[in-house]
Design a protein around this ligand. Structure first.
Ligand SMILES: [Zn+2]
Length: 171
């Protein structure tokens, strides 16, 4: 996946087409429908912040997460995964061509237990953005996109750039 992201980034630079109005980067995978089943059934504040992030994407974009329980397309888990270097991870567990069938979000509590609720929301909202098909957007800096790759982001909700990206995927 890192290689794929690099290719996309280089292509944009080569064409010189970058502008702040269209900075979002697409992963290249999407769901067959803009209605996507999910579950946020972790525990405590992780469930709360996951639902807050889900509500943000639903209210601001054309994507629509609907609760699907244990057989949902987007599944979440919060656990101590150890000193991995990542606080959140989104794995495309099942894909058919470019169509996502299942995405698994993992939250590494080794790090996130020490985060504020706002920071946890930022991490989970970021991973939910991956699950919709967004890749990392670092060119706008820490405040430009919730899809900023590092937890040093200063926004914890989708920005206009993130919204534009999702709406470019689900029309
Ligand atoms: Zn990420």
């Amino acid at each position: 996946m890192l290689k794929r992201i690099t290719v996309i980034t280089l292509a944009l630079l080569a064409f010189g087409s970058w502008s702040p109005a269209m900075a979002y980067v697409l992963w290249g995978y999407k769901w067959a429908s803009s209605t996507i089943s999910y579950e946020c059934d972790m525990y405590g504040d992780y469930t709360t912040q996951c639902n807050n992030g889900k509500n943000d994407w639903n209210s601001r974009t054309r994507a629509n997460y609907v609760y699907g329980g244990s057989t949902a397309g987007v599944r979440t888990n919060a656990a101590n995964y150890g000193n991995t270097g990542w606080s959140g991870l989104c794995s495309l567990a099942q894909v058919s061509g470019n169509t996502i069938r299942r995405a698994d979000i993992s939250i590494n509590t080794l790090y996130t237990d020490g985060y504020s609720s706002a920071q946890r929301k930022g991490v989970i909202t970021h991973e939910l953005g991956h699950a919709l098909g967004l890749s990392h957007e670092d060119r706008l800096g820490p405040g430009g996109a919730v899809m900023y790759s590092n937890d040093g982001r200063t926004v914890y909700s989708p920005t206009q750039d993130d919204i534009n990206g999702v709406n470019a995927i689900y029309r």
